[in-house]
Design a protein around this ligand. Structure first.
Ligand code: MLC
Length: 510
């Protein structure tokens, strides 16, 4: 399994750099060798065990991108507990929901956000301790693990059960509150094996890592991918196009992963000083559709043909353009090894022939176990014969390449982050001056889609666009807040009373 593979690398190549962490707060990059990684993870496991963390416990990590995040995440999983990474942008309202729903036993948060998040930590019966770390240095974390020795973790066995959950990622949905997708050791291991084969991960790869590590893309595909190959990760705390380009060229790196917004910014940054990225072995794009014009602009600017791939939190990676072979513009590629994909009629479930649009359904050892404590929603996510319904629409060309053609669910993707309109509409419904609302995504060159709220004001109430935006920002993570608010007298509805979002998009996305 993945954690065993990683441990083997830690023992066999103890002097090799596992992660080089680059942060504007540090005068020099912090380098962690594979051998040190093993020692720190063992001490972190001991620290967690002292705090009573055991198999199955949920440990929330809401830290900025930093090395302690990585240590905690790996240690939690190796203890048999469940790592619950959370975006630092979640305001108290959303955080309280995640911690309560997951029944988190321990919470690690950013010292800089202690006052803001504290209200969310009250009244959580399962939570035994909240630990705040200043992540502008590693000093706070060192204090936690300093009293412990790697030997203190002796006797802790990494779970051998591939079906044990080790990672929980919250995803929203078209109805109700976000759900925790449970990924198991077996899921992660299977997907890493697929990607290792398909993308030809090599031990001497150097990955430039600029993505957030609270999501599948940055955490599982990128970071785990590199660790699983015993490769080196150069980790930037945040994405800065100029700094990323300089590193890609000077280091030199061999692997880079981004979302379309990141690739767009790289292209813009290189406009004045074009550079070649032909020396890279692999540059991937995912988490959102890669626009055709960006695919072309990236190739024209850097001389590199992006490899687009497709995945989800529930499944990790599913379909990818080939490393060797045609990287087809507009297509997400071919099913990864070990992943089965089919296109079915969303109404009847009948298999559809090539070149016909239907729902994308998938099956494989990479597909998650289900949603945390949501048996009905978990059951509904699968067909009777065990295929996971992605909710995405797509079709398969006669030569096996898949193309995505939209979504059967109400979902907006902004800068690679998923936003489910009902979540934003629920927050808007709590505003006293809002009688009704509909949230739509409008095409946007930078973000892919931009969030627009169409609002009907409550009778006799006046409210400004900015007030609505500020209200959403106070109650939702930043990327879910609308960028534009338009006021209407009524929302267009069909005979069933359902808001006609297509009509709103036509009217307000111009
Ligand atoms: C930042 N902002 C966003 C945003 N990211 N707004 C909408 N959508 C987003 N995604 C806001 C900021 O709050 C800020 O608002 C303003 O935009 C400009 O900020 P910035 O500093 O320019 O943004 P930055 O921090 O650089 O972030 C941009 C980004 C980031 C593209 C680097 O969004 C990002 O890391 N995206 C990657 C998402 C990702 O990893 N998804 C994987 C999901 S897993 P203001 O108004 O305060 O200035 C998954 C499965 C799979 O989907 O297949 O991969």
């Amino acid at each position: 399994m993945f954690l065993d593979t990683l441990q083997q690398f830690c023992l066999r190549q103890s002097n090799k750099i596992a992660i080089e962490f680059v942060d504007e707060h540090f005068a020099r990059a912090k380098r962690v060798r594979y051998g040190e990684l093993e020692q720190i993870v063992l001490r972190t496991m001991a620290m967690l065990r002292v705090r009573g963390v055991g198999p199955g416990d949920r440990v929330a990590i809401q830290l900025p991108k930093c090395l302690p995040f990585v240590y905690l995440h790996l240690a939690v999983m190796r203890l048999g507990a469940i790592s619950l990474p959370l975006n630092t942008g979640y305001p108290a309202r959303e955080l309280a929901y995640f911690l309560g729903d997951a029944g988190a036993r321990l919470y690690f948060g950013d010292a800089a956000a202690q006052d803001a998040v504290s209200p969310a930590l009250a009244g959580l019966p399962a939570l035994t301790e909240a630990i705040f770390l200043d992540c502008t240095s590693n000093a706070d974390f060192d204090k936690l693990v300093d009293p412990l020795l790697p030997e203190d973790a002796a006797g802790i066995r990494t779970p051998a059960d591939p079906d044990a959950t080790c990672l929980m990622i919250y995803t929203s949905g078209t109805t109700g509150q976000p759900k925790g997708a449970e990924l198991t050791h077996g899921n992660l291991t299977a997907n890493l094996a697929s990607l290792h084969e398909a993308w030809g991960w090599q031990n001497d790869d150097v990955l430039l890592h600029v993505l957030p590590i609270f999501h599948v893309h940055g955490l599982v595909v990128a970071l785990h991918g590199a660790l699983n190959a015993g490769a080196t990760t150069v980790m930037h705390r945040r994405f800065d196009p100029a700094q990323a380009l300089a590193t890609l060229v000077q280091r030199p790196c061999s692997v880079f992963m981004g979302v379309p917004t990141i690739h767009r910014r790289l292209v813009d940054a290189a406009a004045a000083n074009p550079v070649s990225l032909r020396h890279l072995r692999l540059i991937t794009s995912g988490s959102d559709r890669l626009p055709d014009d960006l695919f072309a602009a990236f190739e024209a600017t850097f001389g590199y043909r992006l490899l687009e791939r497709y995945g989800m939190s529930e499944t990790s990676m599913l379909i990818s353009n080939p490393l060797h072979g045609e990287r087809r513009v507009g297509a997400v590629g071919l099913p990864l090894p070990g992943v089965e994909v089919r296109i079915v009629d969303p109404e009847t479930g009948a298999l559809l022939p090539a070149d016909t649009v239907g729902e994308v359904q998938v099956r494989g050892a990479n597909v998650f176990k289900g949603y945390w404590r949501q048996p009905e929603k978990s059951a509904a996510a699968f067909t009777a014969d065990g295929w996971f319904r992605t909710g995405d629409l797509g079709m398969c060309a006669p030569d096996g390449y898949y193309t995505l053609k939209g979504r059967s669910k109400d979902l907006i993707i902004s800068g690679g982050f998923n936003v489910y309109p009902p979540e934003v509409e629920l927050v808007l419904a709590d505003h006293p001056a809002v009688a009704a609302s509909a949230v739509i995504g409008c095409p946007d060159a930078e973000w892919g889609e931009r969030i627009v709220a169409v609002v009907v004001a409550a009778p006799g109430m006046t409210v400004s666009e900015q007030e609505i935006i500020d209200y959403c920002r106070a109650h939702l993570v930043h990327y879910k807040a609308p960028r534009t608010v338009v006021f209407v007298a009524d929302l267009p509805r069909n005979a069933m009373g359902k808001v006609q979002k297509a009509e709103l998009r036509q009217q307000f996305c111009a």
